[in-house]
Design a binder for this molecule. Structure first.
Ligand code: ZN
Length: 518
């Protein structure tokens, strides 16, 4: 909010006046002033990378997000299963790899509580599944099953599956689970919307929109039930080639507050299971390393041709690029698109950016590539201590999530949560962005403190920056006269030195309408 302004007046769905309370009250006329006395008002937060369509469905299933220990996880699965005796499969998500030695969850632990029905539980970051023995049996996975090209089956010394399936290997079981119905998807989106409004999030880019999700968004948008502004990133099928571009063009559409003109290309995986694509090999791996520099899911020539084609067709490309080799592939492909097509307003963006080679940091700005960052991950925790730092080595570990460097090099930043991988609470995310520590871990040293962002830069990335990647920066993202009245009233005058994570949202307003009151 502009300096000295502590009140905002709304007329219809737009911001009519911004200024000191007394001026706004005196001059607002028919407009309704919001007096933020003693509190603070922010432009509605926008989430540049989240999975609300999937997270909303998950909220209705076996959710394990808040449980950090093995026995608690197993007990929660047992409890869920006992309360749903008629469900043919136990489906859920949210367990953390750091609850298990080496990040490997076992079928035996699940068998001890559910053995009569298949269990399929995606982990917190969506890059692996924990399954029971019946699920392995139904999928025909045994010692003779080869790893799929885009994934890995965790095995014991005899080669038998243990119960954790990484990346594409999870699909071997997941594809057999009952499909999510259209009604479940639509209910999931609305459940997600309600939850995000309670946190002050008024719009988002959904980073993985399948055909079913797309139809569900169109349905709720068509009925006027989608109040948040949503950009849908249509999923690039990495098993196919350029033949899918025409289909994506056919699906490109806008209805109500839903717009789908983005394509999501997932280039690599994550560090914790050695599937992030690295320029240099992982170090100190305990097992025979099959892919010493991780995995890439799209071949480079196909990627470059696809990005050129999508850019030319007027799409925005949203990359999952976590390792430094994946980041370089994305930047190379964007450079190819600029050479082939000239300038575009695609506002292409790279999400995650756990490692960026120093020579690549400076390429974001000239290529117009937006750094889509998830600051909540940039602190030291069990994932870092046990599953990441030992395998990256000290030099790479110290430069993880180089958000400060990217900002100083002129890269435009947009903040996303990657919910349900981690919380979509903007104040918790902003806290880590500026401190590189997590409020739950007092005394733990900051992770790369020179990569911290200033409070103002972090707020801008969570509002205007995210609006920019959703092509909504001319109508939202700041509190300015004439912009959409998408506003968040917080319960305090938030300051960096005052534990921003503890901030609560008192009211969320979208288009001048109160959508949440806390
Ligand atoms: Zn994601």
């Amino acid at each position: 909010m502009a300096a000295g302004a502590d009140a905002v007046a709304v007329a219809g769905d737009r911001i009519a006046l911004v200024g000191p309370t007394r001026d706004v009250v005196r001059n607002s006329g028919a407009a309704e002033p919001i007096d933020a006395d003693g509190a603070s008002v922010f432009a509605g937060f926008q989430d540049a990378h989240a999975h609300p369509s999937h997270a909303g469905v998950d909220l209705g299933r076996c959710t394990l997000d808040d449980i950090d220990d093995r026995s608690g996880l197993v007990a929660a699965v047992a409890d869920y299963a006992s309360r749903r005796p008629a469900e043919p499969w136990i489906l859920g998500s949210g367990w953390g790899m750091d609850a298990f030695p080496g990040g490997v969850a076992t079928a035996a632990e699940l068998d001890s509580v559910v053995s009569d029905r298949p269990v399929f539980l995606m982990n917190r970051d969506g890059h692996g599944a924990w399954v029971n023995s019946l699920a392995l049996e139904i999928a025909g996975i045994d010692a003779h099953t080869p790893d799929p090209p885009d994934g890995r089956i965790e095995r014991n010394a005899a080669g038998e599956p243990i119960g954790t399936l990484h990346e594409g290997a999870a699909d071997l079981v997941g594809r057999l689970a009952p499909p999510v119905s259209a009604a479940e998807r639509e209910a999931g989106i609305l459940r997600a919307q309600e939850y995000l409004f309670s946190l002050g999030v008024t719009g988002w880019q959904d980073a993985w929109v399948t055909r079913g999700d797309h139809e569900a968004y169109l349905a709720v948008a068509g009925r006027g039930e989608l109040v948040a502004h949503v950009t849908g990133a249509l999923w690039w099928d990495r098993g196919r080639g350029l033949d899918q571009v025409d289909e994506l063009v056919d699906r490109r559409t806008s209805r109500g507050r839903y717009t789908a003109r983005t394509v999501k290309i997932m280039l690599d995986g994550v560090c914790e299971n050695f599937t992030a694509a690295m320029l240099d090999p992982y170090v100190g791996r305990p097992r025979e390393a099959e892919h010493p520099t991780g995995l890439t899911f799209v071949d480079e020539p196909v990627l470059t041709a696809a990005v050129i084609e999508l850019d030319r067709a007027g799409f925005q490309v949203h990359f999952h690029a976590l390792g430094d080799r994946a980041v370089r592939m994305a930047l190379d492909a964007l450079a190819g698109a600029r050479t082939a097509n000239g300038p575009s307003n695609g506002r292409h963006h790279l999400a995650h950016l756990q490692l960026v080679d120093p020579t690549d940091v400076a390429l974001f700005a000239p290529l117009g590539a937006v750094a889509n960052i998830q600051p909540l991950w940039a602190h030291e925790d069990g994932y870092q201590r046990d599953l990441t730092i030992p395998y990256l080595g000290p030099e790479r570990s110290a430069r993880q999530y180089p958000f400060g460097e990217l900002h100083r090099a002129g890269a435009r930043l947009a903040i996303g949560s990657d919910w349900s991988v981690s919380t979509p609470n903007p104040f918790e995310i902003l806290h880590v962005a500026v401190t590189r520590t997590h409020p739950d871990a007092p005394g733990v040293p900051p992770l790369g403190p020179d990569q911290a962002l200033s409070w103002d830069d972090a707020i801008e990335a969570a509002t205007l920056g995210a609006a920019y990647v959703c092509h909504r920066d001319t109508t939202s993202g700041t509190i300015e006269i004439g912009k959409d009245a998408d506003l968040v009233v917080a319960d305090r005058n938030v300051r960096v030195d005052d534990e921003p994570w503890a901030t609560r949202v008192v009211a969320t307003i979208v288009g001048g309408r109160v959508v949440h009151e806390g």
